[in-house]
Design a protein around this ligand. Structure first.
Ligand code: ZN
Length: 190
């Protein structure tokens, strides 16, 4: 039997990376590893790609662990619509692949299904049996589609000039208005 691998890592190596980076062996990040692996394997070799993630939970960490795309470098964009899916696409053509957790396939894995649909309260879920199913299921719970990302979604946000906010005296992008966004009423602190 072939060893389960996630890109260049063994399954156990990847799970170790997840624990260190994410703080626990979260099912979403481990499944995310198989998702990134499937997406990368289905992209043309050697292209420069960006990533689009449709949820803020878990999945962005798998992308940041396994690809050059991070939130900080701008190659990973999160458009939170709550779907457990990610897309890797060519920076130039915006063509790529979208990988998602397929509800029709998940139904054969009761523990994964219970986690995915939150069918059981967290403490009734057994971490071990979820982990066992994830490892066994590997990429059999995923589906992939070829997509082209809309240009408005893929476009980089160009920064205009920077000014000092007359109210808080901190630097902010002038495009945001007369005063910075925080001083326009989006206060973060009490
Ligand atoms: Zn301000």
């Amino acid at each position: 039997m072939l060893e389960t691998r996630i890109l260049s890592y063994s399954y156990d190596e990847y799970v170790g990376m997840v624990r260190e980076f994410h703080g626990s062996e979260a099912p979403g990040v481990v499944i995310g590893g198989f998702m990134v692996d499937m997406a990368v394997r289905n992209l043309p070799e050697g292209i420069l790609y960006d990533a689009l993630c449709e949820t803020r939970s878990c999945l962005p960490d798998a992308i940041q662990l396994l690809t050059p795309c991070t939130i900080g470098n701008g190659w990973l964009k999160i458009i939170h619509n709550g779907r457990f899916a990610l897309t890797l696409y060519d920076k130039q053509s915006r063509e790529g692949v979208r990988v998602f957790l397929d509800r029709g396939k998940v139904r054969y894995w009761p523990e994964i299904e219970a986690w995915y649909f939150k069918l059981k309260p967290g403490k009734e879920q057994s971490r071990e049996s979820i982990a066992r199913e994830i490892r066994e299921a590997a990429d059999s719970i995923l589906s992939i589609r070829h997509v082209r990302v809309k240009s408005q979604i893929a476009e980089k946000r160009h920064k205009g000039g920077i000014a000092v906010c007359p109210e808080c005296h901190e630097a902010y992008p002038v495009d945001d208005g007369e005063v910075c966004l925080a001083c326009q009423g989006n206060a973060l602190y009490v």
